[in-house]
Design a protein around this ligand. Structure first.
Ligand code: SAM
Ligand code: SF4
Length: 324
């Protein structure tokens, strides 16, 4: 089992399969961003399978495919199929903006993807376009297709921003009740230029919780999952809402994850810069044993917590590099 010096067990790998995206959510990937990784530096499906196998030997059980937008990577189905075939990997999930999900939901389900997180910050076409630079309709169609393909559970992630979409919280609740989806609210994080520019719209989720409690009765709910959200069931509905509060109430003491970039850099914390470059090791002929030893020594350096409060401009990589 992989453990860090703070007694946290690492069982969850978030794997970025691309740093590119067909959206430009302003809080994540600003339009001015040009510094994308070159394809020859991307981990190949073979390399991904090999690395995931080594993580699995070390006790990792859950892999999430993320990005950028994972569905823009042409080899995504192949990558998903290989990972779900790795002994020890019990769960393969996907984070997506859903714009291409209508086309790919069925094949991804056949490749072993189960749980789905979908970004959706607005149900208003104009506002959606302002936030993401893209169209709402294919996203809503993608969500419907994913449901019919049996991908489950589906959780919608809404980054709540004051003055931008905080007026849509109740309509998002109604949408998720109607479509039988889980809804999670997320606070903005000051990661990269986009995240830092969104800080002026930062809103502590305690405000949303208070607002919802005036309208609904919220009962604490248990939700199977690997993440940091606090969940509540909204009375008289099946809707479960989650609150993810990286800024106002950080959850670093229960962090069970590490992240890998498309180029094979193993990042120990989303809010810190320390990483281990695994691709050069692999391409220089390192053995599986050597790779596992390197992973273990990197985990031994996993920081105790992020410092978004104390150093809000420290992280210059965009969120799209590691996938949240
Ligand atoms: N493209 C996929 C998507 O949008 O779901 C996967 C990658 S995206 C970076 C993963 C998650 O990070 C999304 O839910 C997105 O809303 C969130 N995110 C991106 N930038 C953020 C920021 N600055 N603060 C908080 N959440 C952010
Ligand atoms: Fe792309 Fe997801 Fe970032 Fe939006 S949040 S720009 S969809 S990677």
């Amino acid at each position: 089992m992989l453990s860090d010096p703070f007694g946290r067990h690492i069982e969850y790998l978030r794997l970025s399969v691309t740093d590119r995206c067909d959206f430009r959510c302003f809080y994540c990937l600003p339009r001015s961003h040009r510094d994308f990784e070159t394809p020859s530096d991307w981990l190949t499906p073979d390399e991904i399978e090999r690395l995931v196998s080594q993580f699995a030997v070390l006790g990792v059980k859950h892999v999430r495919l993320t990005g950028g937008e994972p569905l823009v990577r042409k080899e995504l189905n192949d990558i998903a199929r290989r990972i779900s075939g790795v002994p020890g990997i019990e769960e393969l999930s996907l984070s997506t903006n859903a714009s291409r999900l209508s086309q790919f939901a069925e094949s991804l389900s056949a490749a072993g993807v189960r749980r789905l997180n979908i970004s959706l910050d607005s149900l208003d076409e104009k506002k959606f376009q302002e936030i993401t630079g893209s169209q709402l309709k294919p996203v809503l169609e993608g969500i419907e297709t994913a449901k019919t393909c049996g991908l489950s559970p589906i959780k919608l992630n809404m980054v709540v921003m004051r003055g931008i979409n905080d007026d849509e919280v109740e309509s998002m609740v109604a949408y998720c009740i109607e479509h039988e989806l889980t809804l999670r609210f997320i606070e903005t994080m000051p990661v990269g230029k986009g995240g830092q520019s969104a800080s002026e719209h930062y809103m502590p989720l305690s405000e949303i919780e208070t607002r919802l409690k005036k309208r609904y009765s919220l009962k604490p709910a248990a939700m199977r999952g690997s993440g940091p959200a606090r969940y509540f069931q909204i009375d008289e509905s099946n809707l479960v809402v989650g609150f993810i509060t990286p800024q106002s109430q950080h959850f670093c003491d229960t962090c069970n994850r590490v992240r890998m970039s498309v180029t094979g850099d193993l990042h120990l914390c989303l809010g810190q810069e320390d990483s281990l470059a695994l691709r050069p090791m692999m391409r220089a002929g390192a053995s599986d044993q050597e790779i596992r030893e390197a992973i273990k020594s990197a985990i031994a350096r996993k920081p105790e917590r992020h410092h978004f409060d104390e150093a809000p401009t420290a992280i210059i990589r965009p969120m799209s590099a590691l996938g949240g």
